[in-house]
Write a protein that binds this ligand. Structure first.
Ligand code: HH2
Length: 268
């Protein structure tokens, strides 16, 4: 099935970070039972899919081993078997086991640049794939993000990664693209990416976007030291991105976002 048929616009992806250090929900879901309950609540609240991750990618975060990542996510995936799940990982070993445990989408913030074996794992499983843009790497990416034309450069990067994924045997119809809000971007870059989402949409693939609780939203509200943002700010951003053509919304506040997007869909 094409990804746009499996996840019609708008679809909400609930975030379940099984990590001690994620920037808005770090530690909340580190125990498997808490993560499973959160995921279930999100599915009950209207999430089309839940995105389970065992490694934080927040600015400044350190990498973890595949063993540690798997130890965090495997019990959650086992308990959620049969529910719609995506795995937020850049590692082939983690993706392989997650797909065996029933995940249907691989969400790779490195866009297949992190692990040379990941493309083959996704292709062999016939899984859906999200390719995300990032300038630099999580440890250092917010130091000095620089672009001449952020929308054009992000689109050019994702066009190249899309071609790479297709050349590795992943059907184009199973792939969505993500501008990577906050991954090597200033507040202004993030705003421009939403405003100029048409440049990314011109590649012909559905767009997934993660604005939820990102620090840029807190900074738009005038707090220059913000490290996160409110549910209300996140929902405003989701509705704006929906209006600009985004399809899948990666969010922490599922029920509220589903309600907001349902009303927006009726009116826009
Ligand atoms: N953002 C985060 C993590 N994964 N994946 C995609 N496709 N798009 C995103 O914007 C995105 C992502 C960061 O947010 P969060 O999961 O809240 O925090 P952390 O990476 O610290 O776990």
């Amino acid at each position: 099935m094409r990804i746009e048929d499996r996840f019609p616009r708008p679809s909400v992806m609930g975030v379940v970070n099984v990590t001690p250090d994620s920037f808005s929900d770090g530690g909340v879901n580190l125990r498997p039972g808490d993560a499973i309950a959160s995921a279930q609540r999100m599915l009950d609240g209207g999430a089309a899919i839940v995105d389970v991750g065992g490694e934080s990618t927040r600015p400044g975060s350190e990498a973890v081993s595949a063993e540690e990542e798997l130890g965090r996510v495997a019990p959650v995936l086992e308990a959620l078997h049969g529910a719609p799940v995506s795995i937020d990982t850049s590692k082939a070993a983690v993706a392989r086991q997650a797909l065996d445990l029933g995940a249907e989408l691989v969400n790779d913030v490195t866009a297949l640049r992190g692990d040379p074996e990941l493309a083959g794992v996704v292709a062999d499983a016939g899984a859906y794939l999200c390719l995300m843009h990032m300038q630099g790497e999580p440890r250092t990416m917010q130091a000095a993000p620089r672009y001449e034309d952020v929308a054009a450069e992000v689109a050019a990067f994702l066009e190249e990664r899309l071609a790479f994924a297709v050349s590795a045997g992943i059907p184009e119809e199973r792939i969505c693209l993500d501008p990577g809000i906050g991954f090597g971007k200033s507040v202004e870059h993030n705003v421009q990416l939403v405003r100029r989402l048409d440049v990314l949409l011109a590649l012909g693939r559905p767009v997934l976007i993660g604005l939820s609780r990102k620090r840029s939203l807190g900074r738009l509200l005038g707090d220059q030291e913000a490290t996160t943002s409110s549910a209300a700010a996140s929902i405003g951003a989701a509705v704006a991105a929906y209006d600009r053509g985004a399809t899948i919304f990666r969010v922490h506040d599922v029920r509220e976002t589903v309600e907001a997007l349902t009303v927006a869909e009726a009116m826009l």
